[in-house]
Design a protein around this ligand. Structure first.
Ligand code: FAD
Length: 360
């Protein structure tokens, strides 16, 4: 049964870093009533995508996690998985700020209502909002490229989202596909216990100084921002900057475990074959081939350009100004999510003040 939409000023979809940054700003600036703000989150508990990351990922081995606005990251036991630490930290944040997060609530659709509101639907429930901040990340949209012959491959296929620990791959022949941060981090874990083959489309580019300088970071973000303004599909920022050489990755490289090969021409039932006819037997393919923005719920708004992206001006959708996207494209990092969430919230607050309240 579909109920009448509940009227609310702002719906934030997603309670990861970007959604919480937006919701916290809205809350702090006075949206405290039940008909002013609601946060809908598809997960069972707090933590956004971090709660799903593999157990061996620690705060110290993650790229770099920026704290949520206004609350420092906890000083955590370095042995604890980042998934646990971040989930507890996000949960405390939600409670301390009194953020009205409803979960598990998975939004199926955002559509234009009959009045001046956007209707947000989740199962049988619905909200009619004056503004929507969509902060749904990418974790639920793993991407796997097509390689000829993959349908004949008889071994196991996993994506980064399925990876739990190197132990389950011990002694196996593992093909790691992808040139991003997840690929090299997982390779560094798996290579000591398995026979790994690493393939990427382009030769990997390593950051010369081992970390991303501020200017290079800003330039990379500006490049992705430009793409998003033009309605092109966003790229990951890392793909435009290069790979960070962490101590674990350096150790793997020094042990000769980061020998990269080009993409194979095709899969066979027992492995892969390259254009020159060489062959490698493979038990498991680990696709570290990234993600796409999780924006399927926005389909009814018809915002996708022919190029496949959603045109944004800052965080605002050019073709639906009541909608903001945060954690999307240039803001798909913890620091970007903070900035975008807060910026979107400020714009929403300005818009709400400007929109006259309809007469009773
Ligand atoms: P998420 O954390 O994914 O949160 C999205 C939330 O939206 C989730 O809670 C989900 O349940 C909810 N949701 C999704 N769809 C719906 C729906 N339809 N309805 C309702 N709720 C929905 N960045 C860094 O800065 N440092 C790092 O070290 C780092 N490491 C990374 C490692 C990996 C493997 C990956 C994939 C990314 C990493 N990133 C890192 C980038 C990362 O994506 C961002 O840092 C950030 O955590 C993303 O926050 P978010 O709020 O945009 O998305």
């Amino acid at each position: 049964m579909v109920t009448q939409p509940a009227a609310v000023d702002v719906v934030v979809i997603g309670a990861g870093q970007a959604g919480l940054a937006a919701a916290a700003t809205l809350r702090r600036r006075g949206l405290t009533a039940a008909d002013e703000l609601v946060v809908l989150d598809a997960d069972n508990g707090p933590g956004g995508a971090w709660q799903h990351r593999w157990p061996s990922l620690r705060l110290g081995t993650a790229h770099r996690i920026f704290p949520l606005p206004g609350r420092p990251l906890p000083v955590a036991d370095p042995e604890l998985p980042a998934a646990e630490v971040v989930a507890a930290y996000f949960g405390d944040y939600e409670r301390e700020l009194g953020l009205p997060v409803l979960r598990p609530v998975r939004v199926d659709a955002v559509a234009r209502g009959e009045d001046d509101r956007l209707v947000v639907r989740a199962g049988g429930r619905a909200w009619a909002a004056r503004a929507v901040v969509s902060a749904t990340g990418t974790w639920r949209s793993p991407f796997v490229p097509h390689v000829p012959g993959i349908e004949t491959f008889a071994g196991r296929q996993m994506h980064t989202v399925d990876y739990r620990s190197a132990d389950e791959l011990a002694g196996l022949r593992v093909l790691v596909v992808g040139g991003g941060a997840s690929a090299v981090q997982l390779l560094a874990e798996v290579a000591p216990v398995a026979t790994t083959t690493w393939v990427t489309r382009r030769p990997p580019v390593w950051l010369p100084e081992g970390t991303l300088g501020e200017d290079a970071g800003r330039a990379a973000v500006a490049g992705v921002e430009r793409r998003v303004r033009e309605g092109l599909p966003p790229q990951s920022v890392v793909s435009t900057t290069g790979l960070v050489m962490t101590p674990a990755v350096r150790a793997a490289r020094d042990a000769g475990q980061l020998q990269r090969l080009p993409m194979p021409a095709r899969f066979t039932p027992d492995g892969v074959t390259w254009a020159d006819g060489s062959h490698a037997a493979v038990d498991v393919v680990l696709w570290c081939t990234g993600f796409r923005p999780s924006v399927q719920h926005l389909a009814p708004l018809g915002l996708r350009t022919r190029a496949g992206g959603i045109r944004l001006d800052g965080t605002r959708a050019v073709d639906e100004p009541r909608l903001h996207l945060v954690g999307y494209g240039p803001s798909a990092s913890t620091i970007g999510a903070n900035r975008a969430g807060q910026a979107a919230a400020r714009e929403v607050l300005r818009d709400l003040a400007r929109t006259p309240v309809p007469a009773a």
